[in-house]
Ligand binder design. Structure first.
Ligand code: BJ8
Length: 389
């Protein structure tokens, strides 16, 4: 087992007693893992090559916060007109209210958008942060070679921080294990290709989002296999949680989870069903497999650099995936959710609109933040959109 660095027996934060039960549970789970000597790495983005941490037997946890609770604290240091995901993540770090941030021995970020990149500079004053330099272009050979070097540098940093050795074989094994997870998650969400789907879009979102907070790999895989088997069995037994005439929606845009479930709820309360998430909560993470043979650093560089995020310029892979999902899931329409002040996604909205217009697929884009104040407005726009389909 990997030995965690010096902070392994870190205590609970001073404000622990003021937390609600669910958050106390999160802190105690993480503390339990630390007390067992496990090292913890906090991450922010789909570009992070998780296999490097899996090869070192570390616990990896996503840090992108999904509630507005700590945004007022963050705004004392960050501008108000910044993406809520960045403000919330930073807010949770400076208030010690997030168990995953609090217990992370190492936080790994990438230079994706400018806001995140600059936030990492501030975060590095209070946490051990390693930033990977992400190329902004996917189609230049130099980008791939550079990204491979960045993944090697990450592996060396992990070895240094946690006192481990990452071999090419352990990395190849991690690629195989992660591919297995991806395949199961894809099998789970692809059940919604059926008409009607065997789960609501909210259930699918909660399955995809919740999966990452089960830290035991074997239990995680078993849980997924059970979920798939249960969904199939219930469907075979005639259970239909979604009506046959529900309008089938594919979601695209920024990552979702937590408070942004409000978009899925609005769609499903208006008689639609979300059948697929193209964003980082769903297919963008799990649609493809990484190569399991040859140089593992090259395989990881190829796999991760091809992710179709709007921070890439140009970004054809998002269009390819979105087009394919619309066909395979028989989408009646596409709804994009962008977060306020996310310039790359906001600008790419035009490209997405044109792309879908050519395919004759109806589309709307909703901009939102982590508050609940715009739920009424979202419901009105979504209701009108579904009416039109
Ligand atoms: S791979 S989508 S997780 S960068 S929403 S912080 S881009 S201003 S989250 Fe993302 Fe990685 Fe891309 Fe996925 Fe900036 Fe936009 Fe905020 Fe964003």
């Amino acid at each position: 087992m990997t030995t965690a660095p010096a902070s392994k027996t870190r205590d609970l934060p001073g404000i622990f007693d003021t937390f609600a039960e669910a958050r106390q549970k999160g802190f105690l789970t993480m503390k339990g893992l630390k007390d067992q000597g496990r090292g913890v790495v906090g991450i922010f983005c789909t570009y992070t090559p998780l296999e490097v941490f899996m090869a070192a037997d570390l616990v990896t946890v996503g840090l992108c916060s999904t509630s507005d609770e700590t945004i007022p604290e963050a705004e004392k240091e960050l501008p108000r007109n910044l993406c809520p995901l960045i403000k919330a993540s930073y807010g949770f770090a400076i208030t010690d209210k997030c168990p995953y941030m609090y217990f992370s021995d190492l936080v790994v970020g990438e230079t994706t958008c400018d806001g995140k990149k600059k936030m990492y500079e501030l975060l590095a004053k209070i946490k051990n942060v390693h930033v990977m330099e992400l190329p902004k272009s996917q189609n230049k050979p130099a980008s791939l070679a550079f990204w491979r070097e960045e993944i090697i540098a990450l592996a060396r940093e992990v070895e240094k921080v946690f006192g481990v050795v990452i071999t090419e074989e352990s990395l190849r094994d991690a690629i195989r294990r992660r591919n297995r997870e991806r395949a199961l998650l894809k099998e789970a969400y692809e059940l919604s290709k059926m008409t009607p789907p065997p789960m609501t879009g909210l259930q699918q979102l909660q399955l995809l989002f919740g999966f990452q907070f089960q830290f035991n790999e074997q239990a995680r895989l078993r849980g997924l296999e059970d979920s798939i088997a249960n969904l199939r069995a219930a469907y075979a037994a005639g259970q239909r949680p979604v009506g046959a005439d529900a309008r089938r929606i594919v979601i695209t845009g920024c990552p979702m989870g937590g408070v942004t479930e409000k978009v899925t709820r609005a769609i499903e309360e208006a008689g639609g069903v979300v059948v697929a998430y193209e964003n980082c909560t769903g297919a963008k993470q799990y649609d493809r497999q990484a190569r399991e043979t040859g140089d593992p650093y090259q395989a990881l560089a190829e796999y991760y650099l091809a992710i179709g995020c709007s921070v890439m310029s140009p970004n054809p892979n998002r269009l390819e995936l979105l087009g394919r999902l619309c066909e395979e899931f028989q989408a009646d329409g596409v709804i994009e959710m962008t977060l306020q002040a996310c310039h790359t996604y906001a600008i790419e909205t035009h490209t997405i609109r044109e792309f879908l217009r050519e395919k004759d697929i109806p589309f709307i884009s909703l901009e939102t933040d982590y508050s609940t104040g715009d739920i009424g407005q979202i419901k009105t726009r979504v209701g009108a959109f579904l009416e039109m389909l």
